[in-house]
Structures are given as C-alpha cells and as structure tokens.
Design a protein around this ligand. Structure first.
Ligand SMILES: *Cc1c(COP(=O)(O)O)cnc(C)c1O
Length: 235
C-alpha cells in the first residue's frame, strides 16, 4: 500500500472509532506523525487533504518545513511538536508550532515564556503526563501537575494551556492502554476544577491504540506508522 492508501484507510478506521464511541468526527483531530519520514511523503498526505502534522525532533521539523515552504499543497499545514523539547531548544520552538504537546517542566515553560514575551506572541501548549509513572520517561508525574499548572498560570502569560497529552507505558496494545487514557481524562477534569481553564484537548492514541483513546475522549490522536509505514532508523 502506498502512503495515500494507508491514509485513506486510517481515516476510515477513525470514522468507525468515533461512531463506535457515539461521538462526532469533528471532535477528534488527526495529527499525522511524520517524524523520520521524508518531506515528499508529507506533501503526498497534505495533497490528500490532511492539515495537521506532528514532528518529534526540532531540527528535523524545521528543516522539513523549510523544504515544503514552496509547495502550495502544504501552505496551510498546522505543525505540532509532539516530541520532548530540551529547554535549550525553547527559543526555536516558541511561537513556531500550532500546538506544543510536551510541556513538562518549569525550565521549559520559562524558556518558552521568555522567547514568547520577546516576540509578543502566544503559544498553545499541552502538559505531557507520565501516566504510567515510568522512570526515565519524559512527561511530568501526575502528582506534580497541579504545581506546574499553578506556576504556568502565574508566571507564563504567553502560554495558553489547552489540555493534556500522554504516551501510555504499553505500546501497540489496543484496549490495554485504555485505563491510562481514562486516567488522563480524570486528570483533565481535576485540573479544570483547579484552574478554571477550559482545557479542551486530550492528545492521546497512536497507531496501535487510537480506538481506545477515542472511546475515552481523545480530541487529538497522533498516528504515524499506520499512515506513513514503518519508520526508518534515526541516524
Ligand atoms: C512516534 C509518535 C507517535 C506515532 O506513533 P505510531 O505508533 O507510529 O502511530 C505518536 N505520538 C508520539 C509522541 C510519538 O513520538
């Protein structure tokens, strides 16, 4: 199957997952995750009507965007940063993405805020939660979320917090990931009550588990492999 056929098949499966959950298709945004795939594959999927694309590595993301700059099919792409962002890269990321899914520290919040203030720009962000409380994994522990959220509300007026994101500890495991998605939804409710923010977004669900995420209220699913095929190794 080529990229366009795989993309069409993902759209079909997403439609089914949304109906099975009794939800409406416009409640769920598909982010096509193009990390490590060439710019021409992004162009092919964009030409098929896809608007939202996700990248994990800052350098690669910015290079790919530059490569696609002259392509009219790509003019309206909304780029998402879904990978871990080191705070020293904050100046390159601030204001450059439709949504940064991976805010997970004060240091990164400060780095983004400083640059955004200089640019007089706002950046939409999600907090990345380490829902499985796994050591070594990025994202903040659930118990540290209230403190980081309070900090951002008080000190980072140029950050617009729109919700939560997670990568469950189980991978390609379908329904087994579902309790983690439910947990992210509960954390969102609690954070809403604490902050009074609307927090419209739950970014959760990938190729191997997106129907379970949609059933638990995902508003953004991030799908790479099922659209672009297996990823080449990172060099
Ligand atoms: C790579 C990646 C995805 C896409 O995963 P697939 O299994 O290829 O669909 C989604 N979210 C994040 C954060 C990723 O790094």
């Amino acid at each position: 199957m080529d990229v366009r056929a795989r993309y069409a098949s993902v759209l079909e499966r997403l439609d089914k997952a949304v109906s099975a959950a009794g939800r409406r298709r416009e409640e769920v945004t598909l982010v096509a995750v193009s990390k490590l795939h060439p710019a021409e594959d992004v162009a092919a999927v964009a030409a098929a009507g896809q608007l939202d694309f996700g990248e994990n590595y800052v350098q690669e993301a910015l290079q790919k965007r530059q490569d696609l700059a002259g392509n009219p099919a790509c003019a309206n792409i909304r780029w998402h940063m879904i990978g871990h962002v080191q705070s020293r890269k904050a100046p390159q990321v601030a204001g450059a993405f439709a949504l940064v899914h991976t805010l997970d520290s004060r240091k990164l919040a400060d780095g983004l805020e400083k640059r955004l203030a200089a640019l007089d720009a706002r950046q939409a962000v999600l907090f990345e939660i380490n829902v499985g409380a796994e050591p070594q994994k990025s994202g903040i522990m659930a118990e540290d979320l209230p403190e980081l959220a309070d900090y951002v509300q008080e000190h980072c007026p140029h950050l617009a917090v729109e919700g939560l994101m997670c990568l469950p500890p189980v991978f390609d495991a379908g329904e087994a990931a579902r309790p983690y998605f439910a947990r992210l939804r509960e954390l969102r409710e609690a954070l809403r009550a604490r902050t009074g923010l609307a927090l419209p977004h739950l970014s959760m669900g990938m190729s191997g588990d997106f129907p379970a995420a949609v059933a638990e209220g995902a508003t953004i699913v991030r799908i790479g492999t099922d659209i672009f095929g297996p990823r080449p190794p990172k060099v």
